[in-house]
Design a protein around this ligand. Structure first.
Ligand code: JB2
Length: 212
C-alpha cells in the first residue's frame, strides 16, 4: 500500500482491520469515530483523530479510506458509509491480511476486506465493500455481492452465489451451487441446502425461513 489510510470507525471491526493493515505494512493516518468521547483514544497504537468531517482535512487523492464499520445496523450503516464517501470522490482500499489465501485469479472489489486465515479459491468474484471475515472458506467460483458480510468461520462450497447486502452468520455452511438472494440473512451455524430468495432470514439445520 502506498497512500496512507484513514479508518472509519474505531470499534471491534476497526480494531481487527488495524491489525491486518499493520501486518500488510500500511501507513495508518488515524481513525475517525462518530462518538466524540473516542477522540484521543488509540487502538493498537493508532489514534482516533476526529469524526467523519475530519476526512476533509486530507486531499481525496492522497489518502484511501478503510470502512471500519462492521455489523451495526446490519449492512445498512456500512453500506451508507461506503456510498457517501465514494460519492464525495474518496477511494476505498482493499485489505488482505497476509495470512489469507487468495487464489491468483480472484477479483476483489473496491474496499473488500479479507481477514486473517480466510481462503478464497480460484474463480471467486468478491464485490465492493464486502467483508470475508476471519477463517471463512470460500471455495471455487463463488460470487459475493456488494456490501455483504461473510462472518467468521463460514464455509461456502463451490459455485455459491450470495447477493448484495447479505449477512451470512458465524459458522454457517452453504452447500455447492446454492444461490442466496439480495438482502438475505443466514443465521449463525445454519446449513443452507437450497436456494434462498431475496430478503429472507433463514436459520437452522437444514436452514428454514423464519422471516419473510
Ligand atoms: O457514521 C459513523 C459511525 N457510526 C457509528 N461514522 C464513524 N466514523 N463512526 C461511526 N460509528 C462508530 O463505529 C461507533 O461510535 C463505534 O465506535 C463504532 C462501531 O463499533 P462496534 O464495536 O459497536 O461495532 P463494529 O461494527 O466495529 O463491530 C461489529 O461488527 C463486527 C463485524 C461487532 O458486531 C463485531 O463483534 C463484529 N466482529
Amino acid at each position: 500500500m502506498s497512500d496512507p489510510v484513514l479508518i472509519i470507525g474505531a470499534g471491534g471491526h476497526a480494531k481487527v482491520l488495524v491489525e491486518a493493515l499493520l501486518a500488510e505494512g500500511a501507513l495508518i493516518a488515524g481513525m475517525l469515530d462518530a462518538d466524540p468521547a473516542r477522540l484521543g483514544d488509540s487502538v493498537l497504537g493508532v489514534p482516533v483523530i476526529g469524526d467523519d468531517n475530519t476526512a476533509e482535512d486530507f486531499p481525496r487523492d492522497a489518502v484511501r479510506l478503510v470502512n471500519g464499520i462492521g455489523s451495526i445496523g446490519l449492512p445498512e450503516m456500512r453500506r451508507s458509509i461506503f456510498e457517501r464517501f465514494s460519492a464525495r470522490g474518496y477511494r476505498f482500499a482493499t485489505v488482505v491480511h497476509p495470512s489469507a489465501v487468495v487464489a491468483s485469479d480472484v477479483e476483489l472489489g473496491a474496499g473488500a476486506q479479507i481477514m486473517a486465515g480466510a481462503v478464497l479459491q480460484p474463480g471467486c468474484r468478491i464485490g465492493d465493500n464486502v467483508i470475508i471475515n476471519t477463517r471463512a472458506s470460500v471455495d471455487h467460483d463463488c460470487t459475493i455481492g456488494d456490501h455483504t458480510h461473510i462472518a467468521p468461520g463460514v464455509t461456502l462450497s463451490g459455485g455459491v452465489t450470495v447477493g448484495s447486502g447479505c449477512h451470512v452468520g458465524t459458522g454457517a455452511t452453504v452447500i455447492q451451487g446454492v444461490r442466496i438472494g439480495d438482502g438475505s440473512v443466514i443465521g449463525a451455524g445454519a446449513v443452507v441446502t437450497k436456494d434462498v430468495a431475496a430478503g429472507l432470514t433463514v436459520v437452522g439445520v437444514p436452514a428454514k425461513v423464519v422471516v419473510r
